[in-house]
Write a protein of this length. Structure first.
Length: 262
């Protein structure tokens, strides 16, 4: 993985991109290959997107690798996905570290094998201080699970007397979510032609710009990502304001999302 940065227009680029990587199975089926071949090809697409995010100096990239509902798939496919996850971590972690990528996995890890859990922890420890790109892999993750685990954590603090119910506001709640230390996603991309978010970052994507593409995930490359970035750059994000108000805020160098000076 060799990465050279390219100039970035900070006002036109998203800080945080979230992606549902859909279409591996259909990609394989079109080529009369087993679904496993599609998943392996999908890993190569992940590598390309990471490299392009580094070049474009994107702050955070979150990939939906395996949802809490994906356990319903055929056992053989689930087993292959777990094996592929483990081997990919073993092969790619050092390269990510060399390029300054901080790797993190969010989701309920208790269902993973001890070997996979340990490999995840090792990768997170190795890359934990890196700052070039925050790469988050959502595995055995669901947006509803995320909200529930945050609610349980808050309820526990209230029961212990560490927190009053009236002190629970939006900021307090968000601080207990899986991506509490990252900005909310600015751009959501789903490949494969489907147009839904599938229980991904439900709380965090309240104001995220949605982009859907028919490209199957293994075919999604740097040019595909650049098309999504250009589409995002053409949009006006209003966050409840009118278009005229947003234009005035921009002239005043105020961010419409936070209402703070840039």
């Amino acid at each position: 993985m060799e990465v050279s940065a390219v100039p970035a227009d900070d006002d036109r680029l998203p800080r945080h991109i979230a992606i549902v990587m859909d279409g591996n199975g259909r990609w394989a089926k079109k080529r009369l290959l087993p679904r496993t071949a599609g998943h392996r090809a999908g890993v190569a697409a992940v590598r390309k997107v990471i490299e392009h995010c580094l070049k474009r100096r994107i702050e955070a990239l979150t990939l939906f690798a395996f949802s809490s509902e994906n356990w319903r798939r055929p056992p053989q496919e689930v087993s292959l996905l777990m094996e592929l996850f483990l081997t990919t971590l073993e092969r790619e972690t050092e390269k990510l570290h060399e390029n300054g990528v901080r790797l993190r996995v969010i989701g309920d890890r208790r269902a993973f094998s001890p070997a996979l859990q340990e490999r995840i922890s090792e990768a997170e420890r190795l890359t934990g201080e890196n700052t070039q790109l925050n790469l988050t892999i959502a595995a055995n993750y669901g947006g509803r699970w995320d909200i529930l685990q945050a609610t349980r954590a808050l309820a526990k603090r209230v029961a212990q007397g560490d927190l009053r119910p009236e002190d629970i506001d939006t900021h307090c709640f968000e601080s207990h979510l899986a991506l509490a230390d990252l900005p909310e996603p600015d751009l959501f991309i789903r490949t494969g032609g489907e147009q839904r978010i599938s229980n991904f970052l439900l709380w965090q994507m309240a104001y995220t710009e949605l982009y859907f593409t028919p490209a199957l995930w293994p075919d999604f490359d740097d040019q595909s990502l650049e098309l999504a970035l250009k589409d995002y750059a053409r949009r006006q994000r209003r966050f409840g304001y009118t278009s005229e108000q947003v234009e005035d805020l921009v002239l005043e160098n105020v961010c419409p999302k936070t209402n703070e000076f840039r």
